[in-house]
Design a protein around this ligand. Structure first.
Ligand SMILES: C[S@@+](CC[C@H](N)C(=O)[O-])C[C@H]1O[C@@H](n2cnc3c(N)ncnc32)[C@H](O)[C@@H]1O
Length: 247
């Protein structure tokens, strides 16, 4: 293991607003969507290069250039099965906000109202990236860029816009609040400029967001089933919206 690589890792980790990319898929997606990766380390750089050749030839050269040998368990509390980790620059908040505010909006923004589960939030970011949503905004104290959220999102934070907001700074647009008590989603079309709002895992949509909602919308569900999982609900709503525009 090179002492210099370890020093670079610690200097980067302590030096600023960097995001931990934990595992090969997070690194691959971050590179693919333009992240500024400062340092990448692996127990076995050759194995990671082979993985890139096999799974992501488009970023193979970047991976080969970036990844250095280091004993990951001395740098991280937990080592991803793919044996690679990296640090990348967190996108500029003002630039992200400008993307959220850009008009006309061509795809909805997902609003998570005080989510609690880091894995759920990562899964939602991954969905938003896949469907080409404009972004994911969260209310509450959970950091949507927490390392476990980025891990669950497979690095796809770099493929959409992810930010915290308050009720006062919610982007413009009609609010469609998803709630089992609402009107059947099949009876309406979701517009491209919609804010699709989802409640917390425990308490559902908060009274203050409910008061802001233009529509209360439900997903079809058999009687006696209380609710769906948060991320699955986002998947159904985005699918109902329609997904990325062709071309
Ligand atoms: C796990 S659920 C919350 C359950 C919570 N105990 C409640 O009382 O609403 C998380 C979020 O997923 C969405 N959701 C789950 N099932 C839904 C359904 N059948 N229709 C609409 N939204 C749903 C809602 O936004 C809900 O706030």
């Amino acid at each position: 293991m090179s002492e210099q690589t370890v020093r670079e890792w610690h200097a980067a980790a302590e030096g600023g607003d960097l995001v931990l990319l934990d595992g090969f898929h997070a690194l691959k997606h971050a590179l693919r969507f333009g992240a500024d990766v400062r340092v990448a380390v692996a127990d076995d750089p050759g194995a990671v290069r082979a993985l890139a050749a096999q799974l992501a030839s488009d970023v193979e050269d970047d991976v080969a250039r970036l990844v250095r040998a280091a004993e990951l368990r001395t740098l991280l509390p937990r080592v991803h099965p793919t044996g690679v980790a990296a640090l990348a620059v967190r996108p500029d908040a003002a630039e992200g906000r400008a993307l959220l505010d850009r008009t006309p909006r061509t795809a909805p923004i997902v609003v998570l109202d005080n989510p609690r589960n880091l894995g759920n939030v990562g899964a939602v970011v991954r969905l938003a990236a896949g469907f080409g949503a404009t972004g994911v905004v969260t209310r509450g104290d959970l950091d949507p860029w927490h390392p476990n959220v980025v891990r669950a999102g497979a690095g796809l934070h770099y493929a959409t816009t992810v930010q915290s907001v308050s009720l006062e700074t919610l982007p413009e647009g009609p609010v469609y609040a998803l709630d089992p008590e609402g009107e059947d989603i099949r009876a309406l079309a979701l517009p491209d400029d919609a804010l699709l709002a989802f409640g917390s895992e425990r308490h559902g949509i908060s009274p203050e967001l409910r008061a802001r909602a233009d529509h209360l919308v439900s997903l079809p569900m058999r009687p006696q089933v209380s609710s769906y999982n948060l991320a699955t609900s986002v998947a159904m709503a985005l699918f109902h919206w329609g997904g990325p525009h062709p071309g």
